[in-house]
Design a protein around this ligand. Structure first.
Ligand code: ADP
Ligand code: MG
Ligand code: MG
Length: 206
């Protein structure tokens, strides 16, 4: 996967988020303050405006700029959390013009570390981590078993989809949704849903 491809993927993620903006906001409205779609679209639209000037840059720089843009343009929790994730992934892929499956796994691992550090959450708290962590585990297992990148990302998407379903069954103990406690049960987490969209786009682009 080349640096040019990463630019395409980031643009495709922005397009998917824009397309699902109202739905993400609706999910957030059911358990919190109804701005997740708006927040994410604002952040990724800002990322897109920076990408053309980034042509030819290494993958680490692309992801670092993406992360910094998300942190600086998005209020609320998800922007800084995703922003930190992209910055940490960028640090792992510093100076790389092309990456393979192993590096993708390492980048996702670093991204999770960033989210956990910044948000002090873990799995089972009804957050984006409930999609991302199982996706990482599935991707790593697939890569370790010798599957190619497309197969590994397909496993990750499957696991993230199951993770999103799982968020419906648990109560939020982090973020704004935790304010409504048990009443968050039965609702799908918006951040886990946006994380699934990113992985789905990645799969489509490979
Ligand atoms: P805000 O909650 O500030 O309005 P958003 O609505 O954009 O921000 O994002 C909400 C999403 O952020 C939640 O659905 C959840 O997935 C994620 N989230 C919230 N707090 C945390 C946290 N501490 N760790 C990981 N993810 C979190
Ligand atoms: Mg919100
Ligand atoms: Mg908010």
């Amino acid at each position: 996967m080349t640096n040019d491809k990463i630019i395409e993927i980031l643009k495709a993620i922005a397009a998917r988020i824009e397309e699902q903006k109202d739905y993400l906001t609706e999910l957030d409205n059911e358990i919190a303050d109804g701005d997740h779609g708006v927040n994410m679209a604002k952040g990724f639209n800002a990322v897109v405006t920076k990408l053309d000037a980034m042509a030819g840059k290494d993958i680490g720089s692309l992801l670092k700029t993406t992360g910094m843009t998300l942190v600086s343009t998005v209020g609320g929790s998800a922007g800084p959390l995703y922003g930190t994730a992209f910055m940490k992934a960028g640090a792992v892929l510093k100076d790389k013009m092309e990456i393979g499956s192993q590096e993708l796994v390492q980048a996702l691992e670093a991204a999770i570390g960033g989210i956990k550090m910044r948000g002090k959450a873990t799995t089972g708290e009804k957050t984006m981590l409930d999609a991302i962590c199982p996706a990482y585990d599935a991707m790593k297992a697939a890569v370790d078993a010798g599957e190619d990148m497309k197969q590994a990302v397909a496993r990750a998407v499957e696991a993230a989809r199951a993770g999103v379903e799982y968020t419906k069954t648990i109560k939020a103990t982090k973020g704004r949704a935790s304010y409504i406690g048990d009443r968050s049960i039965g609702h799908q987490d918006p951040g886990a849903t946006s994380a699934l969209y990113m992985l789905e786009v990645l799969l489509e682009q490979i």
